[in-house]
Design a protein around this ligand. Structure first.
Ligand SMILES: Nc1ncnc2c1ncn2[C@@H]1O[C@H](COP(=O)(O)OP(=O)(O)OP(=O)(O)O)[C@@H](O)[C@H]1O
Ligand SMILES: [Mg+2]
Length: 242
């Protein structure tokens, strides 16, 4: 794997007395698309929370670009260059599409560059551009997903985290969102995405990790993982079968 931009090392995470991660270690190489796969309740979204500083690991370390970021508050993690497209997108439904996009640039002082980035997003996401003055809540699921991606990119992240980006989308939008993730990556953004649907994720990912009840049970190049029967076994063997 290429040089790591993100590295988790022997992370153990708890919700109260319940342990969710068991010595979780993984790496996301600079410029790569890496997918974290796994069935329901395997600890995927919690991994995102750990990286974003929304939850602190009880032990273990998180490094971004060589710096230890575990223990940092979320705003500092984001300022360091990590963007997030959360589970179920979390757009601001009562705000306009434009206001949602500008929220992604919150804290940036370079107004001119923000304006340029907004233009760039409207070119990259024409469906979002068509709806720029509408309230975000009226957008379809696929459009909201694109808006959430564009909003995250407005912060100029070096690493973008995506939690189940294709969840609940119609097949047409699933393909479009996957294409856009690959395009964002080609433009230089490293991608770490959580997916339940291994077949979809491995279409665009370079590497994958399979999580089963908080433990990595399988990892490797996407080309090798594609069609590997052990993925199915890992899902079915989890606490809650997918
Ligand atoms: N805030 C919380 N408090 C207590 N337990 C939680 C909390 N959030 C998640 N959990 C539990 O931690 C485990 C891992 O949850 P997590 O959301 O990380 O799984 P996931 O792999 O993202 O699942 P899904 O595919 O359903 O999104 C689950 O057993 C879940 O019930
Ligand atoms: Mg989840």
């Amino acid at each position: 794997m290429s040089e790591a931009l993100l590295r988790l090392d022997r992370v153990n995470t708890f919700y109260g007395p319940v342990q969710v991660h068991f010595d979780l270690s993984l790496q996301v190489g600079r410029g790569r698309i890496v997918s974290l796969l796994g069935g329901n309740a395997s600890g995927k979204s919690t991994t995102m929370k750990i990286i974003l500083g929304l939850l602190a690991p009880r032990s273990g370390t998180v490094e971004f670009d060589g710096a230890r970021i575990d223990g940092w508050p979320t705003h500092r993690v984001i300022r360091a260059g990590i963007g997030s497209v959360p589970e179920a997108r979390r757009i601001f439904p009562l705000m306009s599409v434009r206001e949602n996009l500008l929220m992604g640039a919150y804290g940036r002082a370079d107004r001119k560059a923000v304006g340029e980035d907004l233009e760039r997003m409207l070119t990259l996401f024409p469906r979002v551009a068509e709806r720029i003055n509408q309230r975000a809540g009226v957008l379809s699921g696929g459009e909201q997903q694109m808006l959430a991606m564009a909003r995250a990119l407005m912060g100029r992240p070096r690493l973008i985290l995506m939690d189940e980006p294709t969840m609940g989308l119609s097949p047409l939008f699933v393909d479009r969102v996957l294409e856009l993730i690959a395009e964002i990556n080609r433009q230089g953004v490293t991608v770490f995405m959580v997916e339940q649907n291994a077949n979809l994720a491995l279409q665009i990912a370079h590497e994958g990790y399979v999580l089963q009840t908080g433990r990595i049970v399988l990892q490797g190049a996407a080309a090798l993982l594609r069609g590997d029967p052990r993925i199915r076994e890992a899902y079915l063997g989890g606490a809650a079968a997918a």
